[in-house]
Design a protein around this ligand. Sequence first.
Ligand code: ATP
Ligand code: MG
Length: 159
Amino acid sequence: EQTDIADMLEEVADRFSFQLRQKSIRIRIVAEPGIRPVALDRDKIDQVLDNLVSNAIKYTPDEGAITIYARMAEGGQLEISVQDTGIGIPKKDQPRIFDRFYRVDKARSRNMGGTGLGLSIAREIVKAHGGAMSLESEPGSGTKVTFMLPVLPEEENAS
Ligand code: ATP
Ligand code: MG
């Protein structure tokens, strides 16, 4: 079963259309040419994407923007990033942000809902698929979470 990556990303955006509209947040999908359909655990990767997009919406003020990028990276890895123009994550918190239950200052997150498990679960899923997840964030200007997934070379992909 092969997944078309651009379709998969459009579908994530569709699942959040209500919340996006509510906050007047624009979402853009940028899939580089040359991304071929890949075999992946669709339910699990959807769970990862839903976590990242829900964070991006939650921590981005009204009128902001979210961009999802996809490209084939070195070594036949699929790279997907979710970038927002939100509040960002303080440098001191960044090393712990993938820890279970870790949330940036309780006051800031209290009214946001959630448990602080989303990112740790997302990273576990990606690791279980042999990939890696990382984060870049600038407080006050935005956050970009990137994950890489190994995908089979084309010739081993036939079926
Ligand atoms: P849950 O995902 O369980 O609903 P959560 O969103 O608080 O709760 P995580 O997704 O694990 O938990 O994120 C951990 C913390 O990292 C968040 O509480 C928030 O402080 C910070 N964070 C995550 N994503 C972003 C983002 N895109 N912009 C700013 N801060 C973020
Ligand atoms: Mg979350």
